[in-house]
Design a protein around this ligand. Structure first.
Ligand code: NAD
Length: 679
């Protein structure tokens, strides 16, 4: 096998080049090639300096993730890094694209780093539930200081070259088209000079002099990092870099790394990494399916969803025509979009020009004829089959043939909606989540007749507007809302049986969800869909509305809220619930949190099993993608199906049986056979 690494002498400089597409991952052959190159430079007296660079799109963009969990193959990345740093001849990393993870660690081991302006550099290991394992947490703080190293290690967000240069991570930013030449020239200037080695740097003293920086960092990032083990391990490792010798720090990093690598969070996050990629593939739709060009998109309805959906396309530079029934509704919808953009600009995440550019692509209309030349139209009107069918029939009569007609329905049958048209092959569901300009998930609902090119185009479009897509078959609520139903049903039942509603929210919060169902109700508004007659009270929600407890906006809903929106459980609500239970003849009892957890989550797994059995999801991991991106299921558990596998399917079945909850055949067979949904 030919090596992905080649070497070439340019005068007295040895250029080590990696060509390992697509991202120059640091697999064994690459590591061996680099080690051989460094060795060659050491043995050859005519060589006085070394440049390490990559062909293709990027500098080394990380470890070879397929090697994870397998026996290590020499030379290891830490060995290669040590070898580079130990060189007596200057070694220069010439960076383009992204120097990530192991790639960043290689760069740190080099004596100098130069980069082209658009390059990015970072240690994203935390995103896989890990920390760097080749002394990255030890070299980086010694080079740039603990304070600058902390966000890089603990958030995993890469930094640009300007920032990297300002903290001393990069020595020089050079011409975009002359990287190799400039690197060789730069290397020559370093011949004979004392070599700076990151492991011997002293910038990490800032963390010793001012140890508050670690607590401050934790406090500032608490919400983002909540529940994740790896960022904390990263902080610990950076702290250790200030307190220990390099050798001991490396040992500490290794201990922390090994613990994470063998733990459940990293396994879950690696599962998710592959799950997201797998969800992009539709098994029976060939990768080379021709795509339908989408240059202009129509949206029907400028309400909560229509406006949010439109913003996705505007931000991606795609022209939008948005249609409403009345001018006031149109004006209101468009004003909300502008306000949202302006708020983003106020927070510094957009420029005023970008706001105008996005809004400049937007046209409002009351006439269906204005949608005639759209390539895609997304309907986001009221959740009512008759209304939707009427809209689709109109669209069918005016929108050009070959255009895609999509519905954002949450629950309704896409196949039935498609019957309102003469082109059911061009109809599908594009189910966005609220707020649609923020939430990552796009459930793509495949109708019975949806064409391959329509599906392939939708998948591609999802990527273009920055969404994570997963395909669902047609069933009530599709994948996500279908699984939400049994959880909501249990939550409602549990409070009737005596569970504290705040315990239900807390159980889900402790599990890692951003909020529980009652907090969610308060946030969305308890009065959504309320008949507005306080004398008619047949449900707990109606009783809350009758008492003026409309949710956060009224300062009280299930909870009482203070001016900072902190919640406290309400005696009034507890009484409303217990009165209802009494009326229904339900006996109230104390319900432990463990029972609450099992009754909320196990039925979701059971529903997921049914979804798989009915082939409404292509694979269990797609369900995980839906729940992590659309409903805040904690990433570090891998999603509901991976989580069920970790708990053990037999345990899930036993729990369901214990609480007299239904167990699907598919789940019970899998559990009996000792099988898993994923892996
Ligand atoms: P909404 O009430 O905020 O907006 C609906 C808009 O559609 C209104 O502005 C209304 O004037 C307009 N409209 C109604 N009939 C119309 C017609 N015939 N022609 C043109 N405009 C018309 O509702 P929403 O929350 O945006 O929901 C829209 C759709 O999205 C529903 O199918 C809903 O199930 C789905 N959805 C909602 C959410 C959510 O969280 N709100 C999430 C996912 C999907």
């Amino acid at each position: 096998m030919t090596s992905p690494i080649s070497t070439e002498c340019q005068d007295n400089v040895l250029v080590i080049t990696s060509d390992n597409p697509p991202v120059n991952a640091l697999g064994q052959a690459v590591r061996q090639g680099i080690a051989d190159g460094i060795q060659k430079a050491r043995d050859d007296d005519s060589i006085e300096a070394v440049v390490i660079r990559c062909d293709g799109q990027t500098f080394f963009a990380g470890a070879d993730i397929t090697e994870f969990g397998k026996p290590p193959k020499a030379p290891s990345l830490p060995e290669v890094c040590d070898l580079i740093e130990a060189s007596e001849k200057p070694v220069v990393a010439a960076i383009h694209g992204t120097a990530l993870g192991g790639g960043c660690e290689i760069a740190l081991a080099c004596h100098y780093r130069i980069a082209v302006p658009p390059a990015k550099i970072g240690l994203p290991e935390v995103k896989l539930g890990l920390i760097p394992g080749a002394a990255g947490t030890q070299r980086l703080p010694r080079l740039v200081g603990a304070e600058a190293a902390l966000p890089i290690v603990a958030t995993g967000i890469p930094i640009d070259t300007k920032k990297a240069e300002s903290i001393g991570l990069i020595d020089k930013i050079i011409g975009e088209t002359s990287l190799e030449k400039d690197a060789v020239t730069f290397a020559k200037t370093k011949i004979g000079q004392p070599l700076p080695r990151a492991s011997q740097g002293s910038a990490n003293e800032d963390g010793v002099k001012n140890p508050d920086i670690f607590d401050k960092f934790r406090a500032n990032n608490g919400r983002k990092l909540r529940g994740f083990d790896a960022p904390n391990a990263g902080i610990e490792a950076v702290k250790a870099a200030g307190e220990m010798s390099f050798a001991d720090g490396v040992k500490k990093e290794r201990e922390l790394f090994t613990k994470l690598m063998t733990g459940t969070q990293s396994a879950a996050m690696r599962h998710y990494f592959f799950a997201e990629r797998a969800a992009n593939k539709i098994d029976d739709v060939p990768a080379d399916t021709p795509l339908i060009p989408i240059n202009k998109v129509g949206i029907i309805g400028a309400g909560t969803m229509g406006g949010g959906i439109a913003m996705n396309f505007l931000s991606a530079g795609i022209e939008i025509v948005i249609l409403e029934m009345k001018q006031e509704a149109l004006d209101r919808g468009m004003a909300v979009m502008r306000k949202n953009y302006e708020n983003t600009a106020k927070r510094g995440r957009m420029t005023a020009e970008q706001v105008e550019a996005a809004m400049g692509l937007l046209t409002g209309t009351l006439e269906y004829d204005d949608l005639a030349d759209c390539d895609l139209v997304i309907e986001a009107v009221y959740e009512n089959m008759e209304v939707k069918k009427e809209v689709f029939a109109k669209l069918d009569s005016v929108v050009k043939l070959g255009a895609i007609l999509a519905s954002n329905t949450s629950y309704l049958n896409i196949d039935e909606i498609a019957t309102a048209t003469e082109r059911p092959g061009y109809v599908l569901g594009l189910h966005f989540f609220s707020p649609a300009n923020v939430m990552k998930l796009l459930e793509i609902v495949r109708g019975e007749k949806t064409r391959h090119d329509v599906l392939a185009t939708a998948m591609k479009l999802a990527k273009k507007i920055g969404k994570v897509a997963a395909v669902s078959g047609v069933c009530p609520g599709f994948i996500g809302n279908r699984m939400l139903s049994p959880r909501q049903q249990q939550a409602n039942q549990l409070i009737m049986e005596g569970a504290n509603y705040w315990d239900i929210d807390d159980v889900l919060l402790e599990f890692g969800f951003p909020m529980g169902p009652f907090q969610m109700g308060d946030l969305a508004g308890i009065d959504i869909g309320w008949h507005r007659d306080p004398s008619k009270v047949t449900t707990v929600r109606e009783a809350l509305c009758a008492a003026g407890r409309f949710g956060q906006k009224a300062g009280k809903g299930f909870y009482d809220y203070d001016e900072r929106r902190n919640r406290t459980p309400s005696d009034e609500v507890k009484k409303i619930i217990s009165d209802f239970a009494e009326k229904e003849g339900k006996k109230q009892r104390d319900i432990p949190k463990e029972e609450i957890k099992q009754r909320l989550l196990y039925p979701m797994v059971n529903e997921g099993a049914k979804i798989l059995e009915e082939k409404m999801a292509q694979r269990a991991s797609d369900i995980d993608v839906v729940w992590i991106n659309g409903y805040g299921w904690p990433l570090y558990t891998g999603g509901p199906m991976f989580w069920a596998d970790s708990v053990g399917l037999d345990t899930v079945v036993a729990g369901l049986e214990k609480h007299n909850l239904p167990v699907s055949d598919y789940l019970s067979k899998k559990a009996a056979a000792g099988e898993k949904f994923t892996r």
